[in-house]
Design a protein around this ligand. Structure first.
Ligand SMILES: Cc1cc2nc3c(=O)[nH]c(=O)nc-3n(C[C@H](O)[C@H](O)[C@H](O)COP(=O)(O)OP(=O)(O)OC[C@H]3O[C@@H](n4cnc5c(N)ncnc54)[C@H](O)[C@@H]3O)c2cc1C
Ligand code: SF4
Ligand code: SF4
Ligand code: SF4
Length: 371
């Protein structure tokens, strides 16, 4: 039976829980909101199915061709070049079921099932928090068994888990993953939003992890209230400083060009230099990697006319195609203090306006100038 000895061995994809024929596994959150399987020994018959389904190990599909691609009409509500939306839209228009990460009215990010073009709106844009996958791999399997074709988008580890549970139905499942820097703690996002509501004295009406109006290179969250909206960088700072990553992200087996999916989307960082004139307007550009024949067949023709150019992947090898993210050296301290004292305390001590951060920045500047 599944036994997690070290938290970095489990990505929380939920595949084992949905695979257990005896319903012996529940996904339970830890203090940061990261979910892990908990086996009820009274129900477990030690059949080993959960261990066999777990796919948190290196994948074996080498990425084939790579493309710089962007869909001008989708750029205003996309994180990079609109590729994610173009793929999902093509799938629902072809009668496929689509699964992706959506922010709910309670601001919790969960994977949801969509069958209409209108239903895709909440799936657009990147959510920098781990999405809740409870029950989703099983739902995908039910769709496949019912004869539906499915497109699943998610982090590489989520795709690996869903693909593994699909088993012999995998041929009707198209997996689309992404270059992945890692997922931060759901409870930190939840507590951050509670904190800003208290500070502003009114409830949030909307929250975006990255405000697209800041341009492709801008990375700050947007908070909307009934009377105003604010662009802040507090949460983005904690994420990009790598204080609150899921432990499995620091030992990620998918930080490579061997992909667990048919297609991979990423930001095409460096495109301005590599392809001058192709995407110089800071509005975004996607990188598409094609790993399987099914992926190639699906991504061959879009209804909309994208700007597209085949590229050499070696010119776009960003860090997480090569190696897992390394946590901030004070990440363990961040977690300890967050669990003990709560969000406002860690914001004061690790936030972008904290003394610790200001001093660290000054030291970096000093070193750059004098050493
Ligand atoms: C946690 C995280 C880390 C990332 N790290 C990198 C990185 O290091 N380098 C890089 O190039 N790109 C990274 N990306 C991917 C990138 O930010 C874009 O999401 C991707 O290029 C698609 O953008 P788009 O414009 O094509 O589509 P969009 O319209 O922005 O589509 C977003 C798609 O991403 C999925 N998605 C959004 N949030 C989540 C989530 N939390 N969990 C699972 N799926 C989600 C949605 O289901 C949807 O299909 C990351 C994305 C996430 C969610
Ligand atoms: S060993 Fe079998 S019964 Fe036990 S938790 Fe795993 S799948 Fe369920
Ligand atoms: S299947 Fe997913 S949730 Fe279960 S142990 Fe493996 S990685 Fe964790
Ligand atoms: S970094 Fe790896 S383990 Fe973490 S969410 Fe991404 S694919 Fe999963």
């Amino acid at each position: 039976m599944i036994h997690i000895e070290n938290r970095n061995q489990c990505c929380g994809c939920s595949a084992c829980a949905d695979a257990c024929p005896h319903g012996a596994i529940r996904m339970e959150p830890d203090g940061m909101g990261f979910r892990y399987p908990a086996v009820d020994p009274d129900w477990c018959v030690d059949c080993g199915i959960c261990d066999r389904v777990c796919a948190f190990r290196p994948a074996d599909e080498p990425a084939g061709k790579a493309y710089a691609i962007r869909f001008p009409e989708y750029l205003d509500r996309s994180q990079s070049g609109g590729l994610g939306y173009a793929l999902m839209r093509k799938a629902v228009c072809a009668g496929m079921v689509v699964y992706g990460a959506a922010t709910g009215p309670d601001f919790v990010v969960r994977h949801v099932r969509v069958t209409t073009e209108e239903g895709l709106a909440p799936l657009r844009l990147t959510k920098y928090v781990q999405s809740d996958m409870t029950g989703v791999p099983g739902q995908v399997l039910s769709d496949l068994k019912a004869g539906r074709k499915v497109l699943f988008t998610g982090t590489p580890c989520q795709c690996a888990g869903v693909g593994s549970l699909a088993g012999r139905y995998r041929k009707d499942l198209l997996l689309v993953d992404m270059a992945c820097h890692g997922v931060p703690a759901p409870y930190v996002w939840r507590d951050y939003l509670k904190y800003v509501e208290k500070r502003e004295g009114e409830p949030l009406t909307g929250a975006l992890f990255r405000d697209p109006s800041l341009g492709w290179h801008g990375a700050k969250e947007k908070l909307c209230f009934a009377s105003k909206s604010q662009v802040k960088g507090d949460y983005a700072h904690l994420y990009f400083q790598r204080y609150m990553m899921r432990p499995s992200c620091l030992a990620c087996p998918f930080a490579s060009l061997a992909r667990p999916s048919d297609l991979t989307m990423a930001d095409c960082w460096g495109v301005e230099k590599a392809l001058p004139g192709f995407a110089d307007d800071n509005r975004g550009c996607s990188l598409l990697l094609v790993s399987t024949e099914a992926g190639r067949a699906f991504a061959d023709h879009f209804d909309e006319a994208p700007q597209v150019r085949e590229v050499d992947i070696r010119a776009f090898l960003q860090p997480n195609f090569q190696t897992p993210t390394v946590a901030h050296k004070y990440a363990p301290r961040f977690e300890r203090l967050y669990l003990r004292h709560g969000f406002p305390f860690v914001l004061r001590n690790f936030g972008k306006d904290s003394w610790n951060h200001r001093i660290a920045e000054k030291i970096v500047k000093f070193k750059k100038k004098w050493l």
